[in-house]
Design a protein around this ligand. Structure first.
Ligand SMILES: Cc1cc2nc3c(=O)[nH]c(=O)nc-3n(C[C@H](O)[C@H](O)[C@H](O)COP(=O)(O)OP(=O)(O)OC[C@H]3O[C@@H](n4cnc5c(N)ncnc54)[C@H](O)[C@@H]3O)c2cc1C
Length: 367
């Protein structure tokens, strides 16, 4: 069974931070773009904290475009030229350039309460207090709160109860909470601040809401620019004619879909997202077309894991190279799929978005 075929200027495969960034820039420049993606991207599993190379002129350009688009969706972030050292839910530090008043819990805050919700494992206040207390004199104070209401189902009652508890029982000025399970938590946080009179912030937490929110905002940017988002589509094959690609076959369950294009942007992520596959001791492109190699990296004790995580597609002038060594004129790999762009967990978003932002122009040149 077939899904309706499509014909676009650019097909982007992979809808994480890289694919959506490249797609949005191409759509902004008037190109017709479809993004096909098969599963949850690493972007949605991350803490959503972005550290940019602010010396790269693309950083200012990407941030002013993207953050303006985020604001149109009700999310307020700013770019800080000097990285802000924020604390994670484990009490470790994380540098970030894109910040929001919701996340601004930093090492310089002296008077901090960390509030865990019983039954919610995103934030353990005792652990945070212990870890942070090791590295500085003023240890945050742990609190446990047992909400009678759900922030999703009984939003108003939840806010009223928690706001009252924070005002009555917590003496500190800054209060760190587990992430709110909302795509758009900004009004809840603002109301909690108003009711409690405190600087209420969310903990930076991977595998939780902050990453999903970033993903959803990036999808919102692309959708508003007219990008067609094809969910649950796996790239099954690419039609190659001479030195270029002309069409792709996508699969979704038992159905298939043909997409014709003038340029193909590959943003399928690294080995953790399925953009690359393990074959014996090697990391390979699952379609068997492209050249893959690892790049020097450090930070992980296991040699094999390090080699897997630092592997990526080889590029020449920003374009994909086949296993046989020839360059494909209109196939542009972006993001953590590219050699040198894939890192051990916990970093990468900033480099990925800037590389994809610039690579969109390489894709345009190929049209
Ligand atoms: C737990 C965790 C925490 C992290 N925390 C941070 C952090 O705090 N800060 C930071 O900077 N970085 C962090 N990272 C790294 C960061 O998330 C990645 O560098 C970044 O999200 C990669 O973006 P990407 O678009 O290249 O790939 P992804 O976001 O992985 O997107 C790739 C997409 O392509 C899809 N795909 C793969 N194969 C196919 C196919 N054949 N057909 C169709 N679609 C396909 C995948 O399903 C996926 O949706 C973290 C990563 C993880 C896993």
């Amino acid at each position: 069974m077939s899904l309706p075929s499509l014909d676009v200027d650019v097909l982007v495969v992979g809808g994480g931070a890289a694919g959506l960034t490249a797609a949005s820039r191409l759509a902004l420049n008037g190109r017709s773009v479809a993004v096909a993606s098969s599963a949850t991207p690493a972007t949605a599993l991350s803490t959503g904290r972005i550290l940019l190379d602010v010396d790269d002129p693309a950083a200012e350009e990407w941030a002013s475009f993207t953050l303006a688009q985020f604001r149109r969706q009700g999310a307020y972030y700013v770019m800080s030229k000097k990285p802000v050292v924020a604390m994670t839910n484990l009490g470790t530090r994380m540098r970030q350039s894109i910040t929001s008043p919701l996340f601004d819990w930093t090492r310089t805050d002296r008077n901090v309460a960390v509030v865990g919700f019983i039954g919610n494992c995103d934030l353990d206040p005792d652990l945070v207090a212990r870890e942070v207390g090791r590295s500085r004199r003023a240890r945050p104070r742990p609190y446990w709160f047992s909400p009678s209401y759900s922030p999703e189902l009984d939003r108003d009652l939840f806010v009223e109860e928690l706001g009252r508890a924070l005002m009555q029982d917590v003496s500190e000025e800054t209060v760190v909470l587990p992430p709110m399970p909302q795509r758009s938590p900004y009004d809840i946080m603002a109301e909690l601040r108003k009711r409690s009179g405190k600087n209420v912030v969310e903990a930076a937490t991977p595998l939780s809401w902050p990453g999903r929110r970033l993903q959803s905002l990036l999808e919102g940017v692309a959708a508003r620019l007219g990008v067609t988002l094809l969910k649950d589509r796996r790239l099954a094959s690419i039609q190659l004619d001479g030195g270029e690609a002309s069409a792709a076959q996508l699969s979704s369950g038992g159905r298939s879909q043909r997409v014709d294009f003038n340029a193909l942007v590959l943003a399928t992520g690294n080995v953790t997202s399925g953009g690359l596959a393990v074959e014996g001791r090697d990391i390979v492109d699952p379609l068997g077309i492209f050249q893959v190699a690892s790049s020097p990296a450090s930070g992980i004790a296991s040699r094999h894991l390090l080699s897997a995580l630092s592997s990526g597609m080889v590029t020449r002038d920003g374009k994909a190279v086949t296993r046989q060594g020839s360059t494909l004129r209109n196939v542009i790999p972006v993001g953590s799929l590219v050699r040198g762009m894939s890192y051990p967990l916990g970093r990468g978003l900033g480099d990925v978005v800037l590389q994809a932002w610039k690579a969109a122009l390489v894709a345009e040149d190929a049209l």
